[in-house]
Design a protein around this ligand. Structure first.
Ligand code: HEC
Length: 202
């Protein structure tokens, strides 16, 4: 009698063990589709369905606003722009923006100088657009430079342009004195500018 009871208990334990293992296997084989697996659920036989027409990504509006609205210019924004410019743009455009970076020095097509009349006249959103979409052989930096940073870089490029093409006549007497002391040719206030190629990496 006792033996028979033990036997029933053992058999019961095996059943419980088998059931446990079976439910584990259920977790391995869940009812889901692998990517691009066929499906009988949809008329086109695909499990991977395109989003319905007019679908808008949840962050699309914020991205759009960040790319169309220029943030106010501040010293902090310029500092951030300088920081990002030095990481992402200097390898090709060089620290002064003449396009003589180390990458073109090794064979990549040389970028244009930021100090041409055309690019000096380009608005900030043009630079933001070039960073976002790329331009000619220059690829897009959209996946590396956040929208707010694109404006910061554009602001810094304007500062660079000004640094190479300022009219000495517009400087305050103190700045002019500091400039004279530095030995830079100021054009003596005749509006010839203080642009100089000195310090441009070759
Ligand atoms: C790998 C090299 C490289 C890097 C890095 C690079 N650029 Fe360029 N960039 C180029 C080249 C080359 C061109 C010219 C492309 C052409 O005309 O086909 C160019 C062109 C431009 C232009 C001028 C477009 C015009 O109208 O002529 C701007 C503005 C510009 N880049 C901004 C940037 C900014 C801002 C960054 C950093 C976020 C950057 N680039 C990073 C190579 C680079």
């Amino acid at each position: 009698m006792i033996r028979a009871g033990l036997w029933v208990m053992r058999a019961g334990l095996w059943v419980v063990l088998a059931l446990t293992l079976w439910s584990c296997d259920e977790m391995n084989h869940q009812p889901r589709y692998d990517s691009a697996e066929a499906s009988t659920l949809f008329a086109d036989g695909k499990s991977l369905q395109a989003p319905p027409d007019g679908t808008v990504a949840r962050d699309a509006a914020a991205l759009d606003a960040a790319l169309t609205r220029r943030p106010p210019m501040t010293a902090a924004l310029l500092a951030r722009g300088r920081d990002r410019f030095q990481i992402y743009c200097v390898p090709c455009h060089d620290a002064s923006g003449y396009g003589r970076g180390t990458v073109p020095a090794r064979g990549f097509p040389q970028p244009p100088s930021f100090h041409s009349d055309r690019l000096r006249g380009a608005p900030s959103h043009y630079v933001v657009d070039v960073i976002t979409n790329g331009y000619g052989v220059m690829f897009s930096y959209a996946d590396r430079v956040a929208p707010a940073d694109r404006w910061a870089i554009a602001g810094y490029i304007h500062a660079l342009q000004l640094s190479q093409n300022a009219d000495a006549a517009e400087l305050s007497p103190e700045d002019l004195a500091a400039l004279d002391a530095s030995g830079t040719d100021t054009g003596t206030g005749t509006g010839t500018g203080i642009a100089t190629d000195a310090g441009v990496p070759r």
